[in-house]
Design a protein. Structure first.
Length: 332
C-alpha cells in the first residue's frame, strides 16, 4: 500500500522553512510515497517547485471562519486519502480535522488531551534540550513513522528561470561589489535592533566602496527609507520574488527571523543577531545548511540589562551587538 503522508506546519515562515527537510527525507526512505503539506497560504511558495512535494494544501481560516472552513477542509483531506499525518505544531483544530478526515495514523508532539481523545500517537521530545535544534524536533515526527535520517537541513527550490534572474540581479546590484542584505524587521519574534540602529549600520557599510547595501524588508521602516546608495527590491513583491532577491545576496544580516531561514535554505551566508536565552539561542533556532555566524550580547549584558522578554529586547547598550562592531565583522 502506498504511503500518503501529510506534513502540517501552519505557523510562520521560519518554522515552515525548517519543515522543508521532511519531504526530502521521506522520499529518500520511500521513493514511491505521496507527500503533501498543509500550510498557511502565504507560506505555500516555500514548497513550490519542490520535487519531493506532490500536493500543497492551505488552510487560511481566521477566528471568524474557523467553524465554517472546518468541514470543507475535512472533505478536501478525505479526497487525498492520506495514510499518515505529521502535526508539527500541536493545535486542537488541526488535530480534530485530521481525525475527522479519517487519516489512520496521526502523530503529534507530547501527551495532550485532544491527542488522547483522538488516539493520536504522541512523540515525546525534551523540548529546549541544550544543543538540540528545532529542525530536529520537527524531524522527530517523521522518524516516529520509520524515517531514518540525521539530515535536517532545509531546502527551497528555485526554477532555472528564477536562478538566472538572481544571477542577473547580483551582477547588476554588485557591479564588482559585495551585495550585503539587511533585513531589519522581525515581527517581534526575536531580539532585534530599533530601525534607527539598522539605518546606522547601513550608513557604515555604504561608506565602504566594496559594498552594496540592499534592504530586504517588504515594508520599510521610516528610518530606513531613501538612504543614500541603498537598494530596496522587496517592496510590494510576492514571496517567490523575495526568494529570488535573497538568492542574489552575498550575505544576509538580520535578527533571528524567517528571511534568515530562507537565506539558509538557499545556501546564502548569514550573520544574525541572537539572544543566548535557552528558548532563543542559535543552537535551537540558528540557520541550518549554510555558512552562518552569530552576534550575541556579552554575558553581563544579559545578566544586568536583559528585559526578561526576548520579544521586546532591542539589545540597547551591548558593546558586542553594536552597529560599529557588526560593520567591522562584515567588512573583515
Amino acid at each position: 500500500m502506498q504511503k500518503r503522508i501529510l506534513i502540517i506546519r501552519q505557523d510562520r515562515i521560519g518554522d515552515a522553512v525548517l519543515a522543508t527537510a521532511i519531504p526530502r527525507e521521506i522520499k529518500k526512505c520511500w521513493p514511491n510515497s505521496h507527500v503533501g503539506v498543509l500550510v498557511r497560504g502565504y507560506t505555500k511558495p516555500l514548497f513550490a517547485h519542490n520535487p519531493h512535494v506532490d500536493t500543497i494544501l492551505s488552510d487560511d481560516h481566521t477566528p471568524d471562519t474557523r467553524k465554517q472552513t472546518f468541514w470543507p477542509m475535512v472533505r478536501e483531506l478525505r479526497r487525498h486519502r492520506f495514510t499518515h499525518a505529521l502535526m508539527l505544531l500541536p493545535e486542537a483544530r488541526i488535530n480534530y480535522m485530521m481525525f475527522c478526515a479519517g487519516i489512520p495514523f496521526r502523530v503529534g508532539h507530547g501527551i495532550i488531551l485532544f491527542h488522547a481523545l483522538t488516539f493520536t500517537a504522541p512523540v515525546m521530545t525534551r523540548k529546549f534540550r541544550k544543543g538540540r535544534h528545532e529542525g530536529e524536533y520537527s524531524m522527530d515526527l517523521a522518524r516516529s513513522i520509520g524515517v531514518k535520517t540525521e539530515d535536517v537541513s532545509p531546502e527551497i527550490h528555485l526554477t532555472d528561470e528564477e536562478n538566472n534572474r538572481a544571477k542577473t540581479k547580483a551582477a547588476q546590484w554588485g557591479n564588482n561589489k559585495k551585495v550585503i542584505g539587511l533585513h531589519t524587521t522581525s515581527g517581534q519574534s526575536a531580539p532585534n535592533w530599533y530601525p534607527a540602529v539598522w539605518a546606522e549600520l547601513a550608513r557604515l557599510l555604504h561608506q565602504d566602496d566594496s559594498v552594496q547595501v540592499v534592504v530586504t524588508d517588504n515594508e520599510i521602516p521610516e528610518e530606513l527609507k531613501n538612504l543614500p546608495g541603498v537598494i530596496y527590491p522587496n517592496e510590494g513583491v510576492d514571496l517567490r520574488e523575495a526568494l529570488v532577491n535573497i538568492r542574489a545576496l552575498d550575505l544576509l544580516v538580520s535578527a533571528s527571523t524567517g528571511p534568515m531561514h530562507m537565506a539558509a535554505a538557499l545556501k546564502v551566508p548569514t550573520l544574525s543577531l541572537f539572544c543566548p536565552l535557552p528558548a532563543c539561542e542559535p543552537a535551537l533556532w540558528g540557520p541550518l545548511g549554510n555558512e552562518a555566524q552569530f552576534v550575541l550580547p556579552e554575558e553581563e549584558y544579559c545578566r544586568d540589562q536583559c528585559p526578561g522578554d526576548p520579544h521586546v529586547c532591542h539589545l540597547v547598550g551591548s558593546k558586542l551587538v553594536d552597529p560599529t562592531e557588526v560593520a567591522r565583522q562584515i567588512l573583515s
